[in-house]
Write a protein that binds this ligand. Structure first.
Ligand code: GLN
Length: 276
């Protein structure tokens, strides 16, 4: 017989040193394996686990121990106030990316019938959050990778977002000249030789969503170069980027003719979102 309390202690021990949050991960894996809520876990620690629940727990624990992201194992991740489906093939939405959503909501008129593109939408996190917050806007979510696009479509459908269209494509290639009011993106921006790419959660996430050339700026350069062609006069561009890329991204926006360039910081106080 194994109680929930014993199973929890076992999981915590197994994950100690392997993940950044062994306590939380252990709780969530146990709840998923047992099919219970965290409230139940806390309220009835003496409840016993059935054999199939124990077996499921071993499988989930092995996956997490190998570094697979929690969001892939649980099949979902909270972003903004949405629960999004995620899985291998899409970047796991990060809290820092909510800054991109906040900056966009703050910069553009609420009720105007704007057309806003989200480039490299992945799970659809940014586009879904914007579509939900701004029913008057039309969101076009563009993604190159078919598996990611399928997940984004599923998220848009589950959330009932009728003002969100999905498009398979390469950055802004399919966009007509001067047709957009806004372009937002959390593109890949990690340097290709960054050793973090081979470690921890990152090694399980799609490399095309993370790495962008020797200085990490390949995707951003491409977007910024094409944005002026696609934006209407007075249009707006906002990009997430690495903590040390603020000066380079501001310089790129400036060189492309964008004005009112500003950078917002993330939860850790690092430069994270630059717009113009
Ligand atoms: N912020 C992510 C990380 O460093 C990278 C996401 C991205 O490249 N868009 O884990």
């Amino acid at each position: 017989m194994t109680t929930l309390a014993e199973a929890l202690a076992h999981c915590r021990e197994a994950l100690a040193g392997l993940t950044e949050s062994p306590r939380l991960d252990a709780e969530l894996l146990l709840c998923a394996a047992a099919g219970i809520s965290r409230t139940t876990l806390m309220a009835w620690p003496e409840r016993t686990l059935a054999a199939d629940q124990r077996r499921r727990l071993q499988v989930l624990l092995a996956r997490r121990s190998s570094g697979e992201p929690m969001a892939y194992i649980l099949g979902q991740r909270e972003f903004w106030d949405l629960t999004l489906r995620v899985g291998p093939g899409v970047l796991v939405p990060r809290p820092d990316t909510e800054r991109l959503v906040e900056a966009t909501l703050a910069a553009l008129p609420v009720d105007a019938a704007l057309t806003c593109v989200d480039l490299g939408t992945g799970s659809g996190a940014v586009a879904c959050a914007l579509a939900r917050e701004r029913p008057a806007w039309t969101l076009i979510a563009i993604e190159h990778a078919a598996p990611a696009l399928a997940i984004a479509a599923d998220n848009a459908r589950r959330l009932g977002l009728g003002n969100l269209q999905l498009l398979r494509g390469d950055w802004l290639d399919a966009i007509a000249p001067r047709s957009l009011d806004a372009i937002v993106s959390n593109p890949p921006y990690v340097c290709a030789d960054d050793p973090h790419l081979a470690r921890g959660d990152l090694q399980h996430e799609p490399i095309t969503a993370l790495a962008a050339g020797a200085d990490g700026l390949d995707a951003i350069r491409r977007i910024v170069a094409d944005a002026p062609r696609c934006l209407r006069p007075g249009g707006w561009l906002a990009l997430e980027h690495g903590w040390d890329q603020g000066p380079s991204v501001r310089a790129l926006l400036h060189a492309a003719g964008l004005r009112d360039i500003r950078t917002q910081r993330d939860l850790a106080g690092h430069e994270r979102v630059t717009s113009g």
